[in-house]
Design a protein around this ligand. Structure first.
Ligand code: PGA
Length: 280
C-alpha cells in the first residue's frame, strides 16, 4: 500500500512518498509534519464558506494517509458550519483570534474556551492585521496564546516585520523582540505553531527570496531554542506566510526550517489551496 498512487479530486496522480520526502527531521523527537493553514480573514458567507470547506474536506479525504496536515480558519460566524462540513475529513478547524480572558464582560469578544467548545483545535493570535487594526501588543498576543493553551488549543502565533523595518535592516531585531514578547513560556511543539509573515508580503504578491525566508526561519528556531530549549525549538512548526501560492509553494516548503504555510488569498480557492498542500 505504501506505493499506492493516489488520484486527487483534480485528477493529479501522486504517491505518498512524494509527501514524505520533504518532511523535516531532527534528532530527538518526531519529524515535523507540514501544516497547510488557510486564513480566510473576513471572507465567506454561509453558502460560499460551506462550498469551500467541503472542497477542502473532499481533497483531504482523497489523499488517504497524507504527509501533511490541513487547517482552515474561517470567520467566527462560519466555525460551526465549517466544522460540520469537514467532519471526518481530517482537516483541522481554527479561529482567527481569541480574547485572553476565559469569560466575562467583554462584549463582542470570543474566548478560547468557546472556540474549543465549538470544535476548534487551533487559533491564530497576533496576526499582523490584528496588530495593526486593533493595536495588539506582544503582551496581549502572549496572553492570548496562554489562553489558547489553557483551553487545550494550539496557538498559531504570527510575527513579521513591516517593509520599513526590512528596508532599515531591522528584520531580525523585530522578529527577536516579537518572539521574546509574544511567545509564552508554556509553548511546546504540541500547543504552538509560529507563523513568520513579513507584513509587506501579505496580500501583495511579493515574497522574500527563499534565502531570506530560510535565514529568518533558522533565526526564529535559534531564538526559540534559547527561550524554550533545543527540543521544543526542534519540534515547533514554523510556517511561512505572505503571498504563498501554487507557483512559489514548492521552493518555500522545501526549505529546511519551513514546516508549512499560512495562506490567505490562495486558501479561498480550493484548487490553489490543494496545489499548495501537494507541494509539501
Ligand atoms: P496572503 O495572506 O496569503 O493573502 O498573503 C497571508 C496571511 O495574512 O495570513
Amino acid at each position: 500500500m505504501a506505493n499506492r498512487a493516489v488520484i486527487d479530486m483534480w485528477g493529479n496522480s501522486r504517491t505518498p512518498e512524494r509527501h514524505r520526502k520533504n518532511r523535516k527531521r531532527h534528532t530527538m523527537t518526531a519529524p515535523r509534519r507540514p501544516l497547510i493553514a488557510g486564513n480566510w480573514k473576513m471572507n465567506g458567507l454561509q453558502e460560499d464558506g460551506l462550498t469551500l470547506a467541503s472542497a477542502v474536506g473532499e481533497f483531504m479525504k482523497s489523499q488517504g494517509a497524507a504527509g501533511f496536515e490541513m487547517l482552515v480558519c474561517p470567520p467566527f460566524t462560519l466555525i460551526g458550519a465549517v466544522g460540520q462540513a469537514i467532519t471526518g475529513s481530517g482537516v483541522k478547524l481554527g479561529a482567527q483570534d481569541c480574547h485572553p480572558a476565559a469569560k466575562g464582560a467583554h462584549t463582542g469578544d470570543i474566548s478560547a474556551a468557546m472556540l474549543a467548545d465549538a470544535g476548534c483545535s487551533h487559533v491564530l493570535v497576533g496576526h499582523s492585521e490584528r496588530r495593526t487594526d486593533h493595536g495588539e501588543s506582544d503582551d496581549l498576543v502572549n496572553a492570548k496564546a496562554v489562553a489558547a493553551h489553557n483551553s487545550g488549543l494550539s496557538a498559531v502565533i504570527c510575527i513579521g516585520e513591516t517593509e520599513a523595518e526590512r528596508d532599515g535592516g531591522k528584520t531580525l531585531d523585530v522578529v527577536k523582540s516579537q518572539i521574546a514578547g509574544s511567545v509564552p513560556g508554556s509553548a511546546t511543539p504540541a500547543n504552538t505553531v509560529l507563523a513568520y509573515e513579513p507584513v509587506w508580503a501579505i496580500g501583495t504578491g511579493r515574497t522574500p527570496t527563499v534565502q531570506e525566508v530560510q535565514e529568518v526561519h533558522a533565526f526564529i528556531r535559534a531564538e526559540l531554542a534559547a527561550k524554550l530549549g533545543r527540543d521544543a525549538a526542534d519540534g515547533i512548526r514554523l510556517l511561512y506566510g505572505g503571498s504563498m501560492n501554487p507557483g512559489n509553494a514548492r521552493e518555500l516548503l522545501a526549505l529546511a526550517d519551513v514546516d508549512g504555510g499560512l495562506i490567505g488569498g490562495a486558501s479561498l480557492k480550493p484548487d490553489d489551496f490543494a496545489a499548495i498542500a501537494l507541494s509539501c
